[in-house]
Design a protein around this ligand. Structure first.
Ligand code: NAP
Length: 292
């Protein structure tokens, strides 16, 4: 291992999930922002095994090593300023998935509050849509629709109070879109194009994912305003209390939320985990980085 840089921590990883967001750079879609060689993985959990001078108080702590190196490694170096301590009450498998989707959903709902509004989610059944739906109701949303692909998502959506709309049912999608004050779209492509064309005056369409792999065709005339969301553009800086303050909001919310299950893959089976992630109805694959 190279010598640890000043201000950095070295973390032995325990778990890291395989998220669609991790795979975007792997496919080449972020080619302009990626310097190769690189390691994939935006989130995960581990414990500090080495600390640069003056940081020995971090040794042994359980942390999320964020915004450093890719997390699909056994050992990850990250700046101490970007490491987030995990409370004792949060299990490893929850902590490993506490960043990308919870923080994105929480930040979007702060940026576009939904009190008394009708909300439409696409990509329903995904982890991120689960948080958006559940926390939208906690914020006072009047109703939440969710456009889903796999039947296996229905039970959980209903438990969360999200009214299911099948991705294949165009008339139902149009009906939901006509009622939506705000859409959080993770799909892009034909569904998103249909939704944005059908939304009413003064509504907002927020695109935050492109699971279909296809762009949105903007209608010539539309009533909804359009916004894009990228978590990296909204990460809390020192001025807003930094990551620790953001996570002070996230940890209690995760404690009160029954996170969708994960499927654990030993790290050596990472290829299988990636393949599995792309299969309809998959639960979240998580790499066990202690098992190699
Ligand atoms: N912009 C940001 O900052 C930000 C932050 C966090 C997440 N995201 C985005 O949020 C989305 C969800 O992420 P996640 O981690 O929550 O996902 P996830 O839990 O892994 O679930 C993936 C979901 O995508 C659905 N899906 C995949 N390909 C599809 C297609 N071609 N057509 C329709 N549905 C498709 C799956 O459908 P099935 O139900 O059939 O399996 C599944 O419900 C991703 O696009 C991710 O990039 C963006």
């Amino acid at each position: 291992m190279p010598t640890l840089a000043a201000g950095w921590l070295r973390v032995a990883m325990t778990y890291a999930p395989v998220n669609p967001s991790d795979l975007i750079p792997v496919t080449g879609a972020y080619a302009h922002r990626i310097d190769l060689p690189a390691t994939a993985g935006y989130e995960g959990v581990g414990h500090v095994i080495e600390a640069a001078d003056g940081l020995s108080h971090w040794l042994g702590r359980r942390v999320l090593p964020l915004r450093g190196e890719g997390t699909w490694q056994f050992i990850v170096d990250c700046p101490a300023s970007h490491a987030v301590c995990v409370p004792e009450t949060v299990e490893d498998q929850i902590a490993a998935r506490a960043y990308i989707n919870p923080l994105a959903a929480w930040t979007m709902l702060r940026r576009w509050p939904v009190r008394n509004k009708t909300v439409l989610l696409s990509g329903a059944g995904s982890n991120c849509a689960d948080y958006l739906g559940h926390w939208a109701y906690l914020q006072g949303a009047a109703h939440v629709f969710g456009i889903y692909r796999s039947q296996s998502r229905l039970t959980r959506m209903r438990e969360l109070g999200i009214e299911p709309v099948s991705i294949g049912d165009e008339s139902h999608i149009e009906l939901a879109a006509r009622r939506a004050d705000i859409t959080f779209d993770a799909l892009g492509g034909g569904v998103a194009s249909h939704v944005i064309a059908s939304m009413p005056e003064a509504s907002v369409f927020v695109g935050y994912g492109l699971l279909s792999g296809l762009p949105i065709r903007m209608p010539g005339k539309r009533s909804a305003s359009y916004a894009r969301f990228h978590l990296r553009e909204h990460l809390p800086g020192a001025g807003d209390g930094g990551m620790d303050e953001a996570f002070a909001q996230i940890w209690p919310r995760l404690k009160d939320f029954d996170m969708a299950p994960a499927q654990i893959f030993p790290a050596r089976r990472w290829r299988e985990a990636i393949e599995y992630q792309a299969s309809p109805g998959a639960v979240k694959p998580v790499l066990d980085l202690t098992d190699f």
